[in-house]
Design a protein around this ligand. Sequence first.
Ligand code: DGT
Ligand code: CA
Ligand code: CA
Ligand code: ZN
Length: 572
Amino acid sequence: MDNQRVGDILDEIGDMLDIQGEISFKIQAYHRAANAIRSFPEDINKVWRENRLKDIRGVGKSIAEKVEELLGTGRLIFYEELKEKVPPSLLDLMQVPGVGPKKAKIFYEELGITTIEELLGAIEAHRIAPLRGMGAKTEENILRGIQLFQRSRERILLFEAHGIAEKIVSDFRKYPFVKGVDMAGSLRRMKETIGDIDILVGSNEPLKVAEVFCHLPETAEVLAKGETKCSIITKSGLQVDLRVVASESYGAALQYFTGSKEHNIRLREIAKKKGLKISEYGIFEVAMGKRLGGEKEEDIYRILGLDYMPPTLRENKGEVEAALGHRLPKLIELKDIRGDLHVHSIWSDGSSRIEQLVEESRKLGYEYLGLCDHAARLKVAGGMELKDVEKRLQEVKRVNEETPNFTVLNGVELNIENDGAVDYPEEILAQFDLVTASIHWGFGQSKEQLTRRLLKAMENPYIHAISHPTGRILGKRDPYPLDMELVFKVAAETETFLELNSFPDRLDLKDDHLKQAKEEFGCKFIIGTDAHGAGQLPYIKYGVVTAQRGCLESEDVLNTYPIDRLMKMLRK
Ligand code: DGT
Ligand code: CA
Ligand code: CA
Ligand code: ZN
C-alpha cells in the first residue's frame, strides 16, 4: 500500500462518516490526514516501520493508530465495518461534481438512490428538484456534474497513466529478450489526459513478450493476445495496448505509434511528395522499394528533411513546418528549473514545514523556493492573518540564514475578491518577495466579471503573477469563462507573469493557451506545482512537459532564471 492508497482509504472513511452524519471536526481530521499522507515526501511504510507516523503533521494519534493497523495487517476493521453500513456505490455517487455527502444521503434516504445511473433516472423524471433544499437549478447542476464525470472516466490524468506505464516499462527492462521498450501514443506526447496507454517493445521473441505482458502484476484481464499486438485491462481499469516489433523497425514503429495521428498524416504527405513512404516498419523509397532506415526514430525525420523534434510537439500544430524550416523552438527542460514558485507550507494548508520543503527542493537541485501560502480571506485553507505574515517572515529569515546557497522567497497567494481587490493593504504587499493572486470563489460569475477581476489584479503593481488562471480541475470543474485574449494582452502590458500550475489535475494554463499567450502576446510565465507537501514538489515535471507542448523556452519562464536575475525581475 503506497501513500496514495492509504490517503484514498482515509478519504473514503471521511466520506462515509460524513454520510453517517458524524461531526465535522472528525470528518475533516480524516481528509486532512489523507492529504498529509499523500503529500508526504517519504514512503508511508518506511515511516510506519520507524514509528514516525505521529510526526506527520495533520495525522493525529487515533488516525495514526488506524494507519498502523492498516499497514501492519493489510486491513482496517473500522473501515470494513463502515463499508458494511454505507452502500459503496454511494461513495461513487459522491464523485459526481456537485454531489457531496449531504446530498448523497438525501438521495439515498428519500429516493433509495445508490448509483449514478439511478441518479440520472431521477433527474430525467424531475424527482430531484422537489427534494428539500434543492430545486431546478440544483437538478441542472447535478446533471452537468454527471456529464463531466462521465467524460472524465473516459480519459485519465497524465499523472495517473504515467505512474502505471512507468511500472510496466521497468518490468519489461528486466528481460534479456527485450531490446527496447518505450511508452508511445498520447502518453509519450505527455498530453494532459490519456485515452489508453500504448507501450512499444522491440524484440525478436514476440511470444515471450506477450507472455510477460499478460502476466504483469498490473494485469487484471487480457483482451487480446497476438504476436504483434496485445491488449490488457489493468487492475485500476485502464486499457494498455502493447505492440511488439523487430529491433530493426523499432525507430519507425516508435515514431508511428507515438503519433499523433494528425502529425503522422502530415509526415506521410511530405513523404509522398519526395517519393518516399513511411510505415511502422521503416522509411522506404517508393520507386525501387528500397528501405532507407527505421532502426532509429531520428532516421524518419532526417530522411524526410525535418529536424528531429521531441514527442511533446507532435500534434500538427505548426511543428512540421518549423522542422522543415529549421526553426523549432529550443524547448524548456526539467533541468532548466531552478526553483518552484508556488508552494504551500504549514503556515496555510500545507503539510510540510519550511525546512522540509527546502530539503526536498535541494534534492531536486533547486536554488530557491517560492513560499506562497494562502492569504487571510481563504479561511478554509488556513489563510494567513497579518500576525501570521509577520511570524512567517521571521521564520523565512531564520531558514535563509541557516541555509547557505539557497533562498526562500517570502511569497503569498492572494485571493481576488469579486471587485478585484485583494486581502492585504499595499504596505503589507510591499513586504513580500513574490505576490501571486488567484480566483478562489465566484466561479459562476459572468465572463465579463471574471475577466474584470483578473484584469484589476494584474493592474495592481504589487502583484507579480496570476495563479491557475482559468481555475479548471480536470474531470471535476470546467474552466470559468474568461476573455483569454484580453487577459493575455493585459498580462503582457502589465508584465504580470501567468502561472502554469503543475498540479496533475490542473495543468492551468493549458498547452494551447501557453502557445497563444507567448506567440501572439509575448507573455511570460511561472511554473509552480501548488504543492501542499514536500512529496508533491516532483509534480513540476508535469508542468514542464505541458510547457513544452505550449512551445515554451527557458527564457519564457521566470523560474529558470538564476536567483539574482529573478529577484531583479520581481523588484521591478
Ligand atoms: P489517446 O489514447 O486517445 O490518448 O491518444 P493516442 O494518440 O495515444 O491514440 P491511440 O491510442 O488511438 O493510438 C496511438 C498512436 O498510434 C497514435 O497516436 C498514432 C498511431 N495510430 C493509431 N491509429 C492510427 C491511424 O489510424 N493512423 C495513423 N496515422 N496513426 C495511427
Ligand atoms: Ca493511447
Ligand atoms: Ca491505443
Ligand atoms: Zn496555491
